[in-house]
Design a protein around this ligand. Sequence first.
Ligand code: C5P
Length: 232
Amino acid sequence: MGKDVIIACDFSSKQEVFDFLDKFTEEKPYVKIGMELFYGAGPEIVKGIKERGHKIFLDLKLHDIPNTVKKAMSVLSGMDVDMCNLHAAGTIAMMKAAIEGLTRPDGTRPLLIAVTQLTSTSQERMEDDLLIKEPIDKVVMHYANNAKVAGLDGVVCSPLEAGKVKEACGKEFITVTPGVRFADGDIGDQVRVTTPAKAKEIGSDYIVVGRPITAAADPVAAYRRCVAEFCD
Ligand code: C5P
């Protein structure tokens, strides 16, 4: 499976994201559109970025009753994105319904991956707020396995969990990992981070990198550094 670097384009307007992408004259990076950009710029932003030749991971993290998710996914299936996601906490029934909705009449569909536990959720918050008393690693692996049972393609997880997910769910099961920082860079608000090189070693298929590229003095050089460390 080809490894790739996905740039988290966390901007709130079309102008900002296009100005940013204009800097890339030689390559067409894989772009993550999150809630901020999708809600700020509207669904047309997907078409606009696609028309510029980029692959798109639409990170909207759906979580609702199965029928609602199925119908929402069938709308997304018409947007020509390459990857989209949902919360595994919505249950296996919801994930199966999502795949049904996402599958186009010709049998094709974007990759569908699941968020297990958000990396912002600590053991303590999971126990006290969600009343889930198991160790968080076990919960992550259980949700990953549910995603596999439902027929999904993989999960979003910490790079530190990617190796274990591959062991449990098979090497074809995709791991998409945010929380990536250069060895000499700022960590910012991320807690459990790894370098692109380490993420490669652990077995991530895709790294999602935001501020180390978007806030760099030279974003193209920062992107190339990620590609050199992670893909080559
Ligand atoms: O700027 P930074 O590299 O921290 O951006 C990481 C991106 O990955 C952000 O868009 C963030 O929302 C997303 N993400 C994350 N942790 C998760 C899931 C998504 O950082 N568990």
